[in-house]
Design a protein around this ligand. Structure first.
Ligand SMILES: Nc1ncnc2c1ncn2[C@@H]1O[C@H](COP(=O)(O)OP(=O)(O)OP(=O)(O)O)[C@@H](O)[C@H]1O
Length: 591
């Protein structure tokens, strides 16, 4: 079995945890009336079903055997009425129960998705998206089935079984004991089956989630898959996961088939025992012919729900695993809330901020910085030195382990994260756009008037892209795939400016643009960022040189700070980086 993102979602709860089902009952509360009505119909269905063999017995014993035909037509009509009533009641019962099941599913999806959107970003570092999609889709479906085809119909089956046993005992005690002599064997089979199914259903759920996670990841990176013969390796890995899933499903199917066959065989043994015993009694006059026929009917009706119970048991088992997963999602702590910011705008400050993703490896160490309104702070440093992490902390995606971040003079930790993000514009290293129109992407809340929107497009240099695509109502493909990386970057820049942020974070925001476009954007940005704090993360030092202050980060620590000129004069890390970058350009390091 592979490890990594495709594994590790096995939830090791108890087998059939009743607390889960009690919690599940809570989900039914809004639909208690149709749910109760469907339950109330169960005994009626059972009565209609169980009346039929008894009517048969009366017809045989009171009319057919003594050759008394009057009243037989009435009995036949009664038999038909019982049959029709069974079908009709069954229909109403299924209709109600499936309706409730579907509504519970819709609720679970709605709550699950709402929850997902409010979980801390760190949660998504640990949970691959494919697995989460499985929780939102097939796990939810399983739980919906739990009510629809699981618990309620299992209750109906139990009711039918109790009814059959009672009628048979009442009709003929001795014959009943003969028929039920197979019950110990049956109990043993069910016990064995239950044990084998333990874990098997859970494995199926987990393997499916792993498979989905793998497929989702490889589809997202399909271009990379095609490189260097990755297709074959991907197919091999897929095959391995698929085999695992296939094997675990097959095990469930096998045990289901075995149980079905054993229950059928035991049913046949019970009927044979009745024929042998009751046949003798009928000949000796101790039992009637009608009793024999009714018994055979009842025994058949007894074993059919038992067989079905096995299928329902699988549904219940499977939903147990799904319930664990869904409730696990619902129990995840939400992102810490906070109060709305007071609205002051005196820039951003970091005081002694340290952070680590895993609690052991420090990524930022005691970072202090300040970006007053109207100023640009450029953050430069090696790959992996913690620049993007610092931006993520500012966006309140993660809380710092030590130190404080102040936005407009207020501690970020105390502020409402949604409000904080509304005040920050962010253009990430990997520009991401949603499928939909350009307008929906740039101004999702539809707040901006058309002239303002056009000014934003001009300032961000995205106006030409929008025009070329056919205006703001042009549609983008998933993730904006129908655009170049630079075009995506320009649109993300426009989106960030459209939010009229206090703080603008540009993480390599112009790295994918050609020189001319970068210059146009630079001029536009200079106008658009007036009065705002700007954090500019840059690898190309040329784009950082005009910043009010430049910070050089190395291994999470601020190693140098100052203006371009000051840092060059200090002849330290920055000056070395500057010389290296300019060497290739041939314009010397003397600037
Ligand atoms: N979600 C994450 N979980 C765990 N570690 C992470 C995560 N994101 C980044 N890191 C680690 O944190 C360190 C800093 O990453 P960060 O993205 O902040 O670097 P960076 O300075 O922005 O690099 P680059 O110049 O390549 O963009 C890296 O060592 C990286 O491996």
């Amino acid at each position: 079995m592979r490890h990594g993102i495709h594994d590790g979602d096995e939830i090791t709860g108890r087998h059939l945890d009743w607390r889960l089902y009690l919690r599940f009952l809570g989900l039914l509360r809004p639909y208690r009336w149709p749910a109760l009505a469907s339950l109330a119909l169960l005994p009626l269905v059972a009565v209609a079903k169980l009346a039929q063999p008894y009517l048969l017995k009366i017809a045989i014993d009171s009319h057919i055997v003594p050759a008394r035909l009057e009243g037989l037509a009435g009995l036949a009509a009664l038999f038909m009425a019982a049959l029709l009533a069974e079908s009709l009641l069954q229909f109403c019962q299924s209709y109600l129960v499936q309706g409730v099941g579907q509504r519970v599913m819709a609720d679970l999806r709605r709550h699950g998705f709402r929850r997902l959107l409010r979980l801390p970003v760190a949660f998504f570092d640990r949970h691959p998206s494919g697995r989460l999609v499985t929780r939102m889709t097939s796990d939810v479906e399983n739980v919906g089935e739990l009510f629809g085809s699981g618990v309620v119909s299992a209750l109906g089956d139990v009711l039918t079984l109790v009814g059959i046993v009672s009628i048979m005992l009442w009709m003929d005690l001795e014959l009943s004991l003969v028929a039920f002599s197979v019950i110990p064997l049956l109990a043993l089979t069910l016990l064995l089956f239950r044990r084998q199914m333990r874990g098997a259903m859970r494995r199926v759920r987990s393997r499916l989630a792993g498979l989905n996670a793998f497929v989702a990841e490889r589809i997202a990176g399909v271009d990379e898959v095609r490189l260097f013969g990755q297709e074959q390796r991907t197919l091999d890995e897929f095959e391995e996961l698929q085999q695992d899933y296939f094997a675990s499903t097959l095990r469930v199917v096998n045990w289901d088939a075995i149980l079905y066959a054993v229950v059928e065989a035991l049913g046949a043994v019970a009927i044979a025992a009745i024929l042998w015993r009751a046949g003798g009694e009928v000949v000796a006059g101790a039992a009637t012919f009608g009793t024999l026929v009714a018994f055979i009917e009842y025994v058949q009706k007894f074993f059919a729900p038992l067989r079905d119970l096995s299928a329902k048991y699988s549904v219940i088992q499977s939903s147990n695993a799904s319930l664990e997963r869904i409730f696990d999602l619902q129990d995840q702590p939400l992102e810490a809330a906070g109060r709305p910011p007071a609205g002051g705008h005196n820039g951003v400050r970091l005081e002694g901020v340290s952070f680590s993703y895993d609690g052991t490896t420090p990524v930022l160490r005691g970072v202090d910085l300040e970006i007053p309104p109207g100023r640009t702070l450029a953050l430069v440093g090696d790959t992996g030195s913690g620049k993007t992490t610092l931006a993520r902390l500012l966006l309140r995606f993660y809380p710092p382990d030590a130190g404080r971040i102040l936005l407009g003079g207020e501690d970020l930790a105390e502020l409402d994260p949604a409000e904080v993000r509304r005040r920050i514009g962010w253009v990430s290293q990997e520009p991401f756009l949603f499928a939909g129109t350009l307008r929906e992407n740039i101004d999702p809340e539809g707040r901006l008037a058309e002239p303002v929107l056009h000014e934003v497009l001009e300032n961000s240099g995205a106006a030409a892209v929008v025009e070329r695509l056919g205006g703001l109502d042009a549609r983008l493909a998933e993730r904006g795939r129908n655009l170049s990386a630079g075009e995506r970057q320009l649109l993300c820049l426009a989106r960030a400016l459209a939010g009229e942020p206090q703080l603008l974070i540009l993480d390599e925001a112009t790295s994918r643009l050609d020189m001319v476009t970068e210059q146009v954007v630079g001029r536009g940005l200079a106008a658009a960022t007036q009065g705002r704090s700007v954090l500019l993360i840059a690898h190309r030092l040329a784009s950082a040189r005009h910043a009010s202050q430049i910070l050089v980060l190395r291994a999470g620590r601020v190693r140098e700070r100052g203006t371009h000129e000051q840092l060059l004069a200090a002849d330290g890390l920055y000056a070395r980086m500057w010389r290296l970058q300019n060497l290739g350009l041939g314009n010397g390091a003397k600037e």
